[in-house]
Design a protein around this ligand. Sequence first.
Ligand SMILES: Cc1ncc(COP(=O)(O)O)c(C=O)c1O
Length: 385
Amino acid sequence: MSVPPASLGDAPPGETPPGDALEFQRLPVTPRPPSQRDAVLAAPVFGRTFTDHMVTARYTEEAGWHGFTVGPFQDLPLSPATSALHYGQAVFEGLKAYRQPDGSVALFRPELNAARFAASAARIAMPPLPRAAFLASLGALLEADHAWVPDGADRTLYLRPLMIATDRAVVAAASGTYLFVLFASPAGAYFDGGIRALRVWVERDQVRAARGGTGAAKFAGNYGAGLLAQKLARERGCDQVVWLDPERRRFVEELGAMNLFLVAREEGRDVLLTPPLSDSLLAGVTRGSVIDLARDAGMTVREAPIAIERWRDGARDGDIREAFACGTAVAVAPIGSIRDATGDTVIGDGRPGPVTLAIRQRLLDLQFGRADDPRGWRHTVWKAT
Ligand SMILES: Cc1ncc(COP(=O)(O)O)c(C=O)c1O
């Protein structure tokens, strides 16, 4: 049984409804036999193995969003002249389905991904998918693919909504036609073999986003722009890049494709610090959730600019005791040291700290249904009848 998700968010003014009323055409699909599915789920390779189904829809100026279909996961036939391949109109989302202790399947705050998908599209001059249609598509895919949501510690089904421009036109202008695709990839635990602290590279030459740019959108081009720095960071023995602000190259913004937090000691208490939202960083669902969870637990959380030297010197003096990154893929990732051309600075004892681990546990317990959900963040999308 699928639980209609349309109540999760109404179409904002100006958007045509769908939601509950949305009809999905269902194409014939031959699912893989359970033995093959179980073999994939026993050792999921994140982002490289996919489920049996996908949802698609089309946009034209005349018909708006239409043709919502649940069909087989398959390659897309694309002309070499497809606009997205040349001019980059492509936005996406990332969220997960979590198997609950009673066997049902839940999403975590999917209405925020729906809103961000719409905002990302608008920033790249693409037609926002109505939020209710986004949520109904998640429900339709999970109804078809619920058996692909893994069981077991930290295992999830990663969901990837994508929108691309499809005009067959080598013309540098906003496309008139678009394709929405939603597909899924089973994911194992991010930290296979036990949680460890990351070593991160402070990037001073390249920037991820500019003032007035696209950094606050989940726009494909942002990720392409970050790949070289990520490659160089790896060559320098680091896991991820610390992005600094685009103007002064001084204030920390994000860590790779994750948001960033520091744990500082102030007047005998642990305080969480995180960079404020701006047009050069992505407002993570996890970031917002961590802030709320920390405040619920009585911690002070300060959203204010953090200079890189404040982080480095604070870590050396012992007043910055922990650091972590957060995002849907990883949940919460401890940071053990920062590296730049001047050398390494270890944070705390270089290992995952207690505040970081407690926040991580709290978040995962909520997502996997092991803890009460007073804020109503979990949304059941599938239940056995
Ligand atoms: C650039 C960037 N920052 C932060 C995040 C974390 O966002 P969320 O917590 O919604 O996954 C992501 C991942 O989506 C990202 O791509």
